[in-house]
Design a protein around this ligand. Structure first.
Ligand SMILES: [Zn+2]
Length: 202
């Protein structure tokens, strides 16, 4: 999946979550924007395992430690072939794309008292973003579902990155985000009128 599709899914998840948590933009603009921003960041985070990804290009500190670790393990694997497995697990769509890794990460983060109190909306937002990324990558090539396994699990039908499924997903997300933005701007009756008109003419 392309970075922009992941980001659209993250923004959509953030808007939906803010609605679920009753965070109304006029009442709490910073919390509303924060939830969407954190969710969008979460939706890009798993791809921090590659330098040329949307997030990797901006924050090299995210992928650099993993990259150095991978290099060291590759050198060790030269002498100890059993380490090749570990090196492969650190490659793209490896550890950062496995739900168990984010489960452990989330459990550790939950130990920080701020995360369970004032920060809880951002905690949910971050993992909502991560969940959209893992789901979309699961549908387009697969992700490792079993801990320490290198096998990428995927549904019986796998969609292609940059294919019609990606185009359709991005379009639906984009339209939904557009409708939500207009509705937050108080233009809900206008949207309804346009939709009714469209339905009448189609
Ligand atoms: Zn990915």
């Amino acid at each position: 999946m392309l970075g922009q599709t992941h980001r659209l899914a993250g923004i959509a998840a953030g808007i939906a979550l803010a609605g679920e948590l009753n965070i109304i933009p006029i009442e709490r603009p910073f919390a509303f924007a924060g939830v969407i921003f954190v969710s969008a960041m979460g939706s890009l985070m798993p791809d921090a395992d590659q330098p040329n990804s949307t997030i990797g290009r901006r924050f090299f500190l995210l992928w650099l430690p993993l990259y150095i670790l991978r290099m060291i393990i590759r050198i060790i694997a030269f002498f100890a072939p059993s380490m090749k497995q570990v090196s492969r697990g650190l490659a793209h769509r490896g550890i950062s794309h496995s739900p168990w890794f984010w489960g452990v990460f989330g459990a550790l983060l939950w130990c920080v008292p701020w995360m369970r109190n004032e920060g809880v909306i951002y905690f949910y937002a971050f993992f909502a973003g991560i969940a959209t990324h893992l789901l979309l990558d699961y549908l387009t090539g697969g992700i490792p579902l079993i801990p320490f396994s290198l096998k990428r699990n995927h549904p019986p039908i796998v969609f292609k990155t940059k294919g019609y499924f990606e185009f359709l997903t991005a379009s639906v997300l984009g339209i939904w985000i557009g409708i939500m933005v207009l509705s937050y701007l108080g233009l809900r009756p206008a949207i309804r009128r346009i939709l009714v008109m469209l339905i009448r003419y189609v």
